[in-house]
Write a new protein. Structure first.
Length: 449
């Protein structure tokens, strides 16, 4: 306790020594009245104009430690936020300039607000509040991306929540205009690792889909109170970045069982490892979030167990291999595995037929292997018909009709003796029940309606 008090007193003394000389001083047309906070390179003060308008004044001073590249980054932030100031979910910038070696940005002062990071210190948010914040941030990102600006450092600390609960995106210090080279020629990685997409941890080119990943991580954290990846005990930041690149994130439902399948699918699509598998624009993510709030079907779907393992397998096997060769190898192994399973099933059927003395059926199995009798072909066509009708009804939100078709498909798969089709159909029905909120019934009860 005494150590904590001493540290607090020491921090206060340091703060006073660094900020008191500026209190009461005027920079440009702004008179500094209070200290608000400090980042890695810049400090933020409360200031007022001669007409009494209160602003937040972000200052950075040229020095041997603050190189020209950092000043240029500060100026880029000023220009970007001036371009985007009309959006209601992006902090408003009123003015920019410099006085001697001190550069400043005068922006909206959120006096009674706090950052999303501070809000999350109290624990996870309700689903409604989390989705509402994500919707507004997706609108802000969509607007920024339409103006050719990628933020590159989306995190809870860069989101202010004002007194009305409105989220405001701030700190465009790492912005990159679309189509321009990365800011660092040395390969330095800029951003916050926990919210950083895999391509950014490798120092590769980033685009709007990188911002979408970071927003997906924020949504994950708001819903669960956890982030998918963080530095563990004894780990380094490099260890964290390696896991971001190679390890699949845990399902949000692991931390919060109340999250629906549709919302889980939205989160997991936003934080896909590969940019090509994510939402291709913030507008697409926004569309799914809005559809979710209206209870409508969404475009995202949760990856199947097979897809999950294939992706993980490709990443771990991909060291020294091209993406194409990895995919081919996975396909070859999958086909070989399916063939082995088919041979084993066929042999089991032959053994069973021998026991029953059904010579005609045994002959068909030995000669044709996977051949289908005419009656089986008719059943297969019937199964395809029910499957197609069920999927169409599900996509249109006609859940009862979808369940009716899938119940019939269960019956056909049972007659075919196709255990895989039966299991998949059963899982599809479970998913529909969970999404629709309908009371579960036995298949025969559903078909009788």
């Amino acid at each position: 306790m005494e150590e904590d008090l001493e540290k607090t007193k020491f921090d206060a003394e340091i703060k006073d020594r660094k900020t008191l000389p500026l209190i009461g001083r005027s920079i440009g047309k702004y008179r500094i009245t209070d200290f608000l906070g400090r980042g890695a390179m810049a400090s933020v003060y409360k200031a007022e104009e001669s007409d009494g308008t209160i602003v937040a004044l972000k200052l950075i001073e040229e020095s041997p430690l603050i190189g020209r590249s950092i000043i240029e980054r500060f100026e880029r932030e000023a220009e970007a936020t001036k371009i985007l100031r009309k959006h209601p979910n992006i902090i408003t910038v009123y003015d920019t300039g410099h006085e001697g070696i001190v550069h400043y940005i005068a922006m909206e002062c959120v006096e009674n607000g706090r950052t999303l990071a501070e809000k999350l210190e109290d624990g996870r948010l309700s689903e409604g509040e989390a989705v509402d914040i994500a919707v507004q941030l997706a609108k802000a990102l969509d607007y920024a991306h339409e103006h050719g600006i990628v933020h590159r450092d989306i995190k809870p600390g860069n989101v202010m929540i004002n007194e009305f609960g409105t989220p405001l995106l701030t700190d465009f210090g790492l912005v990159k205009p679309e189509g321009k080279d990365r800011m660092t020629a040395t390969g330095a990685i800029l951003g916050t690792p926990i919210y950083m997409p895999p391509e950014q941890t490798r120092g590769e080119k980033v685009d709007m889909r990188s911002d979408i990943y970071s927003l997906g991580i924020i949504l994950y954290e708001m819903l669960t109170g956890h982030v998918p990846f963080e530095v563990g005990e004894g780990e380094t930041v490099q260890d964290l970045m390696n896991r971001i690149r190679a390890q699949e994130p845990a399902s949000p439902k692991k931390h919060n069982r109340k999250i629906s399948v549709r919302l889980e699918a939205i989160v997991l699509k936003a934080i896909e490892k590969s940019p090509s598998l994510r939402y291709q624009s913030a507008g697409k993510l926004l569309d799914d979030l809005v559809r979710y709030t209206k209870g409508e079907p969404v475009s995202a779907r949760k990856p199947s167990i097979t897809e999950y393992f294939e992706r993980s397998f490709r990443r771990h096997l991909g060291i020294g291999l091209s993406v194409t060769s990895s995919i081919i190898l996975v396909l070859v192994i999958s086909l070989w595995w399916k063939r082995q399973v088919s041979i084993q099933k066929n042999q089991a059927l032959i053994t069973e037929v021998q026991k029953k003395g059904l010579s005609r059926e045994l002959h068909r199995l030995k000669e044709g292997g996977t051949g289908k009798a005419p009656e089986d072909s008719a059943l297969l066509n019937e199964a395809r018909s029910y499957q197609k009708a069920g999927l169409k009804a599900y996509k249109e939100g006609k859940y009862e009709e979808a369940l009716k078709n899938y119940s019939r498909l269960l019956g056909v798969s049972k007659r075919l003796g196709d255990e895989q089709l039966y299991s998949q159909t059963f899982l599809d029905m479970e998913k529909i029940y969970e999404e629709s909120g309908l009371v579960k019934k036995r298949p025969e009860e559903v078909m009788s309606k």
